[in-house]
Design a protein around this ligand. Structure first.
Ligand code: SAH
Length: 222
């Protein structure tokens, strides 16, 4: 049975969104395309109606199944690192609410996204269909990547990894960029990874973040 959605983007929501964009800008995000995408997409659509009032606070929120939608600043930060160009093929590991995937689509990317939790996957699949956002969705362990559609220009991992999964680097084009939080379960450093040759990649440590764990064969075991 299909769930009915109510999409109402009021002046109040739009106003709060503009303020959020100003805040994210003050926190250091400069890419105009990224800021415009945050302004364009109603984040409250991706949250339970009980949380609509809080949708434009710069904070992570519960989305069910013990998972969270990332903080807007974090979404903007990871997106900025990817330097998205129109037509880029992007693989996302950790679909969650679908918000990050839609930001990438808004920037002109062709997005493939993987989620491991089935109820969350189904809920988000229905939402994106209702919103009309074209994202190729896959249920499974994203730490193994998605070889059938590789190579990707960009890869975004939206859960905390114990290390950089080589399987993902292998599925990028030369010059491809991956953004991934790496560290312990409670604290991670964001890395920008660039595939330099067939067998080598460079990595640059950026700021500190806190994500839910990446669980899978090349991630945490549980
Ligand atoms: N990008 C999401 C953030 C969701 S939180 C958003 O915009 O809302 C991270 C998500 O990664 C969770 O939904 C979690 O279930 C998922 N996840 C964790 N390990 C995974 C794996 N190995 N493969 C796919 N998804 C995974």
């Amino acid at each position: 049975m299909s769930k009915s959605f109510q999409f109402n983007d009021s002046y109040k929501h739009k106003g709060l969104r503009r303020k959020l964009v100003q805040l994210i800008k003050q926190k250091g995000i400069q890419d105009e395309g990224v800021l415009n995408a945050i302004e364009a997409i109603p984040r409250h659509y991706f949250l339970d109606s009980a949380f609509h009032e809080l949708a434009y606070e710069d904070q992570a929120m519960q989305i069910g199944s013990g998972q969270t939608i990332s903080q807007p600043f974090t979404v903007a930060y990871q997106t900025e690192v990817l330097e998205i160009e129109e037509g880029d093929r992007v693989l996302e590991i950790g679909l969650g609410s679908g918000y990050q995937a839609c930001i990438l689509v808004e920037l002109g990317a062709v997005v493939y996204s993987i989620e491991r939790i089935e109820p969350l996957f189904k809920k988000t699949q229905e939402l994106l269909k209702a919103l009309g956002y074209q994202v190729q969705l896959f249920l499974g362990d994203g730490t193994m990547g998605l070889s059938e559609h590789a190579p990707y220009d960009k890869i975004i991992v939206t859960a905390a990894a114990p290390e950089i999964p080589k399987t993902l680097v292998d599925q990028m084009v030369l010059g491809g960029i991956m953004v991934i939080p790496v560290g312990s379960k409670d604290h991670q450093t964001m890395y920008k990874v660039v595939k330099e040759t067939e067998n080598e990649f460079s990595k640059k440590a950026l700021d500190s973040f806190r994500f839910v764990p990446l669980i899978g064969q090349k991630g945490w075991k549980r």
